[in-house]
Design a protein around this ligand. Structure first.
Ligand SMILES: C[S@@+](CC[C@H](N)C(=O)[O-])C[C@H]1O[C@@H](n2cnc3c(N)ncnc32)[C@H](O)[C@@H]1O
Length: 436
């Protein structure tokens, strides 16, 4: 039988050693010799995501409660998972502690039993006192690296805490209806019949309240919908595509925005991505949503090297969804908080600037380029756009308008559920018009 705490601890341990969460999940859950059932997988994932969201707090608690460094590498994540369960789930504390003690005996060392038992008992007995002890440290309080908190505080002096807290919340399951296959009302009705409570969001979106397996939702095989956060659903309408246009999606995988563009208008579209494996997912999504056609080409290429792939015909629209820190999507990717380094940000900024410089000559005069990141750091967003416009007098920056009830600031969508009752990802948008 699989011990969920051990599986979760092994995944957390891999992430803390630099492996991305999808790779660590697959390495542990898909390894040979009897893969866990879908119920166990779901539970392990819930433990891993929760533990990583709150890792700053859990690590600080461990240090206070254990009073000594530990040598066995799995011990810290194992206790971290159990502390997460005690703090953030309704599982009975005695059952959590019992399982953790057994897990320590099996996966660490028989002698580790007593240590784990003592740490968890101390947490239950001295809960308020230990939480008060760690509360002064921002890393322990907000569960982000210190550099991240400093940067966000400087960028958003008034709302940095709200943004940090929103990044630690569970994100909603948001779908986008494929209007070429069905209507939103018909899809909502089908979800209701399938006992999946859902509400409309944005122009094409649906938030499903009950957690269900995506392929089991009505219309999956028929391409009625895809999974996409409501913030990402703003891209295709902002690009303002019309029938017959030539469109480039420079960084397209896994195809969320590519497919939305094709749902909006009959365009000729080139979808590039430098990652061949991820590009396959664009092709799969195009097929499932019934959007593949001779007008759509997917190509593995470096968007910053047009000499290697451009046919010389200018594009009417370019979507540049550039590589970035992903600091705006940590509620969906909590590993990012612990994998990213402060020194990564200038490297992303250089790549973003180089990509804009390379793509700009490909845009027809009078055309539009939509710059997108899933970052909340100004350095990757408005500062990149300001630097670009300084060097390109033929570029006119339009700050997109969003409805008053959508949390935003300039072109920055803010992760916050304050006005809408649901969280949204922190994407940044800038529209660049090319003067005629
Ligand atoms: C934010 S994701 C794109 C998400 C996608 N637009 C969507 O909506 O589903 C960024 C993508 O850029 C790709 N990428 C990174 N560097 C690239 C480059 N030099 N040229 C083309 N694609 C690149 C990555 O492989 C990744 O798939």
């Amino acid at each position: 039988m699989h011990n969920s705490q051990i599986l979760a601890a092994r995944i957390v341990q891999q992430v803390l050693h630099g492996t991305t969460l999808p790779v660590a999940l697959s390495a542990v859950l898909d390894e040979g010799g009897g893969a866990p059932s879908s119920v166990v997988r779901g539970f392990v994932q819930e433990l891993v995501y929760g533990t990583l969201r709150h890792w700053g707090t859990l690590h600080a608690l461990f240090r206070v409660l254990s009073n000594r460094p530990v040598r066995q590498p799995l011990l810290l994540p194992l206790v971290g998972v159990a502390l997460y369960q005690l703090m953030h789930t309704r599982q009975p504390p005695y059952a959590v502690a019992d399982q953790a003690v057994q897990a320590a005996e099996v996966a660490v060392h028989p002698a580790a039993k007593g240590f784990v038992n003592a740490v968890l008992r101390r947490f239950r007995n001295e809960n308020e006192a230990v939480l008060a002890r760690i509360a002064k440290s921002p890393v322990a309080r907000y569960s982000y690296p210190a550099w991240w908190i400093t940067r966000l505080r400087a960028d958003y002096p008034e709302i940095w805490q709200t943004l940090l807290e929103a990044g630690n919340a569970r994100p909603p399951l948001t779908l986008r209806v494929n209007r070429r296959r069905t209507t939103r009302d018909a899809f909502l009705e089908a979800l209701r019949e399938a006992d999946a409570d859902a509400t409309a969001v944005g122009d094409d979106g649906v938030i499903v309240k009950k957690r269900l397996r995506i392929p089991a939702l009505p219309g999956y095989d028929d391409g009625w919908f895809c999974v996409q956060d409501v913030s990402a659903q703003r891209a295709a309408p902002l690009l303002d595509v019309r029938d017959g246009m030539r469109v480039l999606e420079a960084c397209a995988a896994p195809g969320g925005k590519t497919t939305h563009i094709l749902e909006q208008a009959a365009v000729s579209l080139l979808a590039l991505d430098s990652d061949a494996t991820r590009l396959v997912r664009v092709e799969e999504n195009l097929k499932r949503l019934r959007l593949d056609s001779p007008q759509v080409t997917c190509r593995q290429a470096d968007a910053a090297q047009p000499d290697t792939w451009w046919d010389g015909q200018p594009f009417d629209r370019i979507l540049a969804d550039v590589p970035c820190s992903a600091s705006g999507v940590v509620s969906r990717h909590p590993d990012v908080k612990w994998l990213r380094r402060h020194s990564d940000i200038p490297a992303f900024v250089r790549t973003q600037g180089a990509m804009l410089d390379a793509l700009w000559p490909l845009l027809v005069p009078g055309g539009k380029l939509l710059y997108v990141t899933c970052s909340v750091f100004h350095a990757e967003n408005k500062e990149v756009i300001a630097a670009f416009c300084d060097c390109h007098p033929d570029a006119l920056h339009e700050v997109p308008m969003f409805a008053a009830d959508i949390p935003h600031c300039g072109g920055q969508l803010l992760p916050s559920e304050a006005t809408t009752g649901h969280n949204q990802d922190g994407l940044y948008y800038a529209i660049l018009h090319k003067r005629v």
